[in-house]
Design a protein around this ligand. Structure first.
Ligand code: 13P
Length: 296
């Protein structure tokens, strides 16, 4: 069957395989709007770095829908003359239907997150997503265990993935696997015990394919490096870019630069510029840690 996505987008399968073989991790950066997407594509191109643009269902809804996101990314790939490998990935697709919608719209990669279902159901649904994705050359990520995170002020630590489940999940034909290894979405709380490297090693031994580290914001550099050496080949980052964007915007506003008496600094193209630049700087730093910088 013909590939539905734009010829310039690629799936994430080759990128992750290459990273896994060469012991580095490709950065998955969540996008929230036009500025985010443009900043990331520009810096990826300027640094010759492959990139996975992640969009969650919530962010897709916020931006105007699946078609809007695909059209925006494809148009930017053209107008910015992007030549580095770019994948557009559905982050934490909550249902088989969401994954199919993303594939139909032109996403080149999807994650089916069935971690909140019993494992048997997670496997059945993942198989259905793989069967729909493969003829369209779309890569698939699935999850075992759960990723911790904050809900109503309570930080859950998540459930550690089971190596037996890892091999069963890999047998569905997925391209890369996310697993709970003590990682958490959002800022890490004080007293966080760190990543569970033994669990990562055991899951990697069973899975043998590239693994995904969710909650990539705020993990100390030594832990990131060790995780990569043990099989992490994709690192998902959202919060860190949001914090960098907000801090730079705050600094601009606190300096009074948006005040009409100080000129035209209230123009959104000026107001959003410091945050835009902060996204680029953060990408630059993180991709150097991940080892994917310059690997296009
Ligand atoms: P952070 O927001 O903690 O960086 O996590 C992002 C993520 O894992 C998206 O899937």
């Amino acid at each position: 069957m013909e590939q539905k996505y734009h010829k310039k987008l690629v799936n994430a399968s080759e990128m992750i395989k290459k990273a896994h073989q060469n012991k580095y991790a490709v950065g998955h950066f969540n996008i929230n709007n036009l500025e985010w997407t443009k900043a990331l594509l520009e810096v990826a191109q300027a640094t010759n770095t492959p990139i996975i643009l992640g969009a969650s269902e919530g962010a897709i809804k916020y931006m105007g829908g699946y078609n809007l996101v695909v059209a925006m990314v494809n148009a930017l790939l053209d107008s910015l003359e992007i030549t580095v490998p770019v994948a557009l990935h559905l982050d934490h697709g909550q249902s088989v239907e969401s994954c199919k919608k993303a594939i139909d719209a032109g996403f080149s990669s999807v994650m089916y997150d069935g971690s909140h279902h019993p494992f048997a159901e997670n496997v059945i649904n993942t198989k259905e997503v793989v069967a729909y994705a493969k003829p369209n050359a779309v890569s698939v990520e699935a999850e075992i265990g759960t990723i911790g995170g904050e809900e109503d002020g309570v930080v859950g630590t998540g459930e550690i993935g089971d190596p037996k489940e890892a091999s069963e999940m890999v047998a569905t034909g997925i391209d890369f696997l996310a697993a709970g290894i003590g990682n958490i979405h959002g800022p890490y709380p004080t007293g966080w015990p760190g990543l569970n490297f033994q669990a990562l090693e055991d899951i990697q031994t069973a899975a043998k394919i590239g693994m995904v580290l969710h909650g990539g914001s705020g993990i100390p550099q030594e832990q990131v490096k060790k995780a990569i050496s043990l099989g992490i080949s994709k690192i998902n980052v959202n919060t860190e870019l949001q914090i960098a964007f907000a801090a730079a915007t705050r600094q601009y506003i606190e300096a009074g630069k948006d005040k009409p008496e100080n000129g035209k600094g209230f123009d959104p193209r000026k107001l959003l510029k410091p945050g835009y630049e902060a996204i680029k700087t953060t990408f630059d730093e993180l991709t150097a840690w991940f080892g994917c910088k310059g690997k296009a």
